[in-house]
Design a binder for this molecule. Structure first.
Ligand SMILES: C[S@@+](CC[C@H](N)C(=O)[O-])C[C@H]1O[C@@H](n2cnc3c(N)ncnc32)[C@H](O)[C@@H]1O
Length: 232
């Protein structure tokens, strides 16, 4: 069971995502327990303020350390056991990829901190977070969408979450290759035909075709992957 606690000023944003599809299935099967917590519940002032002006001037507001530290410390009290990580979502972090998702899927708990405005006070990054993770080289308004992306790709890797255990056998990025082309019925759709080899049931030839297709499309679309330079 992977426990994921998300610290956010917009807990309502998670309702749809957590209640549908794969994440819902993982929760129903008790493989993951995911909760979004309102950061404002951990403020100490009556206005429930979570941000302030940056020292040294500059535009926008910075998220204050106090409520974030209080939220994480409170959640961590119940998460002492097992392997866990406090993760700050931020564009300066380690870039999320399939390898990192697999590492995270082996944890027992994660606390995800969603930033907003101009970002979070640096002391959160230095003293509270174990790791900062980015979902890509672009800037989003807040850490909520990144937290959802991270949760989705990690949760589906927990053993037993996907219905068909084969669906994890080969996917893009495994072995540093992209996945081969997939087709379903009809075999001829408006004159567009499925490759013959896939229709004949010769499993050896199908495997060879898929391997070749994976290599070819990785070379074409993602030459930056080790598999794309023919080293897979
Ligand atoms: C507008 S961004 C702040 C960007 C910050 N001023 C900077 O230049 O690094 C607000 C928040 O959105 C989240 N965020 C934005 N882009 C992200 C990304 N690519 N990956 C992960 N989190 C991101 C982070 O939590 C961040 O604190």
């Amino acid at each position: 069971m992977l426990r994921i606690d998300i610290v956010t000023i917009f807990p309502g944003m998670f309702e749809g995502v957590l209640g549908e599809s794969m994440i819902k299935r993982a929760r129903d099967k008790k493989k993951a327990l995911i909760r979004a917590h309102d950061l404002r519940d951990y403020t100490l002032d009556k206005h429930r303020k979570v941000d302030d002006r940056p020292f040294g001037g500059g535009s926008g507001m910075v998220m204050s350390p106090e409520p974030i530290f209080r939220a994480v410390e409170s959640l961590k009290k119940n998460r002492r056991r097992g392997r866990g990580k406090v993760i700050l979502l931020g564009p300066q972090g380690r870039k999320l990829d399939q390898k990192l998702a697999l590492e995270l899927s082996r944890l027992n708990w994660m606390i995800l901190i969603c930033g907003h405005y101009e970002g979070v006070d640096e002391r959160v990054r230095e003293r509270l977070a174990d790791e900062e993770i980015s979902i890509g080289d672009y800037i989003l308004t807040g850490g909520e969408l990144p937290a959802m992306v991270l949760t989705d790709c990690v949760v589906r890797l927990i053993p037993g979450v996907l219905g068909d255990k084969n669906s994890l056998n080969f996917e893009s990025f495994e072995g540093n290759l992209l996945e081969y082309a997939q087709y379903t019925r009809p075999a001829d759709f408006r004159g567009m035909k499925v490759p013959e080899v896939l229709l004949r049931g010769d499993h050896g030839r199908i495997a060879a075709w898929r391997r070749e297709d994976s290599l070819r499309r990785t070379r074409q679309k993602r030459p930056d992957l080790p598999g794309g330079s023919g080293r897979a």
